[in-house]
Design a protein around this ligand. Structure first.
Ligand code: ARG
Length: 569
C-alpha cells in the first residue's frame, strides 16, 4: 500500500482511540477511507469524516475539527477541517525524501506488493488455433495475458505460462483435405503459415460450392483421431510450421511460455473426467449428446460429448484444469480470452464445482473486448484479417521511416525499431480498460506527440541521458521544493497502489495510465527545472535523484506491460 496512506492511517487509528475511547477503528479500515483529492487545494490526502460518523457517534464536522489540530508532524505539514473533511497537506521535502529513499533502496522491486511468495499462478493465454490465422484478435489475450504474468511475478508468485494451443479439432480435417487437393510440401515450407491459412481459407470458399468437402474433412479428422499414420504426420507438421511462426511474434514481444501443451495433450485425460461426471450423475442426454444441465444456475447446458461420442472444447478444458491442479497445485489459474467466451468459462467452472473439485474457486476468467482495425471487424473464414505479425512488421517499418526522416536519412537500428514499433502497438492496445471494444489505428499508436508507447519510451530514454550527463544517480537532501518536483514525488509514490489495483482487477491498463501520469509529471519537471545545468549543488543533486527514481520506476512499469526500455531512441 501507499506508505503515506498507511502511515496516516496508523496515526489516525491511534488518535481515534485516544479521542473516542470505546470506539475502535482499525488502521486498515481508515486507510480504506482515505482519498487522494483530485484538486490539490483540498490537500494531498483527505478523510471524508462522514464515513466515521456512525462508529464515533459524532457529526463529520465535529470529527474533522477534533482530528485536525493533532495531525501535523512527520510528513504532514498542515491539516485543515473543511465541512466535515479532514484535508492533509504534505511536507514536500520530508515526503519526497522518504519516497526517494524507498525507491533507491528497493530498486526494481519498488512497487511490488510482495505478497505472492509461495504462491503458484497458472496463466493460460495467447493460445491460437493452429492453422487458423494468428490475428489481431489475439493481441488481447497475448499481451494482457503476458502482462498479468509479469505482474504476478512482480508480486513474487511463481508463474506458469501455458499456451493452450488449439491443436485439435475438425479444422485439421479441413486442412488435410485442402493440402492434398491444392497444396504442396514445397509451397508450405516456403510460404509457412501463410500458405496454411491460404489453404484453410480456400477450403471454406470451395466448400460453399461443394458441401461434400465438409464430409471429406470430417472423415479425415476421424482418421486422425484414430491414429492414422499419414494424417498424424501431417498434423504434426502443420503444428510445427505454425509454432515456428508464432515464436517469431513471441520473440518480438519478449514472451516465452513454460508449456505448449495444447488441446490435443488432453485427449487421453478426458475419459477419467467423463467417468466421474457419469458417476456423479451429472450427465444427461440432450438430443443424443451428453450434457450437464445448468438451468438452476441460469445457464444453457454444458456440452461434454457429441452424439457420436467425441469430446468438445469444454471437455478438454475440464481435463486440462484437473491436470493443472494436480501438476502445479495452483493458487490461481487464470484464463485470458475474448469476452465472447465468457459463457463457456462460466459453464465449465460450474461443472468443475459440481464435480466436487475443491479448487473450483481458484479458476479465474479474464475477458476482454473486441478489436477492429481502422474501423473494420475481423472475419477469419473469409481471410479478411490483419495478422499480428503483419501489424508488427508494419509498425516496425513505419518507425524506421519516421526515424530516417528525423535523422537526415539514416534510420535507427533494427533493435530499436522493433522495441519502439512493437511497443507502440502494445501500449496503444493496453491504454484502454480491457473490456472496452477498441478500434486500432496504427498512425495514432505510432505518434510521438500523443499518449503513446514511443512517447513513454522516449521519456525513459530522456531520464537515461540526463543520468549519463550527471554521471551519477544523485542523492536527495531536501530543502525547498517547487510544485513540479513535489508532483513528481507524489506520482512516484502512487506506484505501489497502482500495481495493486492492476493485480486486483486483472487490469494492465492501470499500469499504462500510471506510465502516462509519470511521463507527464517528469516532462513538466524537465521543462520547468534545470537539472544538470542548475548551479545550485543541492538542487542539482535533488533533481538528479528525482530523475534516477523516475528512471527506476518508469523502467519497471514499462516492462510490466511488455515494453522494452532502450536507453536511446
Ligand atoms: N484457442 C482458443 C481460441 O483461440 C482459446 C483457448 C483459451 N484457453 C482455454 N483453455 N480455453 O479461441
Amino acid at each position: 500500500m501507499n506508505t503515506l496512506k498507511r502511515k496516516t492511517a496508523l496515526k489516525l487509528a491511534a488518535l481515534v482511540s485516544e479521542l473516542y475511547p470505546g470506539a475502535s477503528l482499525s488502521a486498515e479500515e481508515l486507510a480504506g477511507m482515505l482519498e487522494f483529492p483530485p484538486d490539490p487545494a483540498m490537500g494531498d490526502l483527505a478523510l471524508p469524516c462522514f464515513k466515521l460518523s456512525r462508529s464515533l457517534h459524532a457529526s463529520p464536522v465535529q470529527i474533522a475539527d477534533a482530528l485536525a489540530p493533532k495531525m501535523t508532524g512527520d510528513e504532514i505539514a498542515r491539516a485543515e477541517a473543511v465541512k466535515g473533511y479532514l484535508n492533509l497537506f504534505i511536507d514536500g521535502a520530508a515526503f519526497s525524501a522518504r519516497v526517494l529513499s524507498e525507491i533507491a533502496e528497493k530498486g526494481d522491486e519498488y512497487g511490488s506488493p510482495a505478497d505472492g511468495k509461495g504462491k503458484t499462478v497458472v496463466l493460460d493465454y495467447s493460445s491460437p488455433n493452429v492453422a487458423k490465422p494468428f490475428h489481431i484478435g489475439h493481441l488481447g489475450t497475448t499481451v494482457i495475458g503476458h502482462s498479468l504474468k509479469l505482474l504476478h511475478e512482480f508480486a513474487g508468485c511463481k508463474c506458469v505460462g501455458i499456451n493452450h494451443l488449439g491443436d485439435w479439432g475438425t479444422q485439421f480435417g479441413k486442412l488435410i483435405v485442402a493440402y492434398r487437393k491444392w497444396g504442396s510440401r514445397e509451397a508450405v515450407e516456403r510460404g509457412e503459415i501463410d500458405e496454411l491459412v491460404k489453404l484453410y481459407v480456400r477450403f471454406h470458399t470451395e466448400a460453399e460450392k461443394d458441401p461434400t468437402l465438409d464430409d471429406a474433412a470430417r472423415a479425415e479428422f476421424t482418421k486422425l483421431e484414430h491414429g492414422d499414420v499419414e494424417n498424424t504426420e501431417l498434423w504434426r507438421w502443420f503444428i510445427e510450421i505454425s509454432l515456428r511462426e508464432y515464436k517469431k511474434t513471441y520473440r518480438l514481444l519478449g514472451i516465452e511460455f513454460d508449456s505448449y501443451n495444447g488441446e490435443s495433450f488432453y485427449t487421453d485425460k478426458m475419459p477419467e473426467q467423463v467417468e466421474l461426471l457419469k458417476k456423479k450423475g451429472l450427465l444427461s442426454l440432450d438430443d443424443g449428446a451428453s450434457v450437464v444441465r445448468l438451468d438452476e444456475y441460469n445457464m444453457p447446458v454444458c456440452l461434454i460429448l457429441k452424439r457420436d461420442g467425441s469430446t468438445l472444447y469444454p471437455t478438454r478444458d475440464i481435463a486440462a484444469a484437473v491436470y493443472r491442479a494436480r501438476t502445479y497445485h495452483f493458487d490461481k489459474c487464470i484464463y485470458v480470452t475474448s469476452a465472447g467466451q465468457s459463457l463457456h468459462f462460466a459453464q465449465w467452472f460450474k461443472v468443475v464445482e459440481l464435480m466436487g473439485y475443491d479448487w473450483y474457486d481458484k479458476l479465474v476468467h479474464v475477458p476482454y473486448g473486441t478489436v477492429s482495425i481502422n474501423g473494420e471487424k475481423l472475419a477469419t473464414r473469409t481471410g479478411n484479417v490483419v495478422l499480428l505479425k503483419d501489424l508488427f512488421a508494419d509498425a516496425i517499418e513505419k518507425v524506421k521511416r519516421i526515424s530516417a526522416e528525423k535523422n537526415g536519412g539514416t534510420p535507427c537500428s533494427d533493435e530499436i525499431a522493433e522495441a519502439v514499433g512493437v511497443g507502440a502497438v502494445v501500449f496503444h492496445y493496453l491504454s484502454n480498460n480491457r473490456m472496452r471494444d477498441i478500434n486500432f489505428v496504427l498512425e495514432d499508436a505510432l505518434s510521438f506527440d500523443g499518449n503513446t508507447g514511443p512517447y513513454a519510451q522516449y521519456t525513459y530514454a530522456r531520464t537515461c541521458s540526463v543520468l549519463a550527463k550527471a554521471g551519477n544517480r544523485g542523492s536527495f537532501t531536501g530543502g525547498k521544493l517547487n510544485d513540479a518536483e513535489i508532483l513528481l514525488a507524489k506520482t512516484l509514490s502512487t506506484f505501489p497502489d497502482r500495481v495493486k489495483t492492476a493485480l486486483d482487477g486483472y487490469e494492465p491498463s492501470e499500469i499504462t495510465r500510471f506510465i502516462l501520469d509519470l511521463c507527464a509529471a517528469y516532462n513538466r519537471f524537465y521543462h520547468d527545472c534545470p537539472i544538470v545545468t542548475s548551479d545550485d549543488e543541492r538542487e542539482k543533486n535533488n533533481r538528479v535523484s528525482l530523475t534516477a527514481a523516475v528512471n527506476t520506476v518508469l523502467g519497471t512499469a514499462l516492462r510490466l506491460i511488455c515494453l522494452k526500455t532502450p536507453e536511446k531512441i
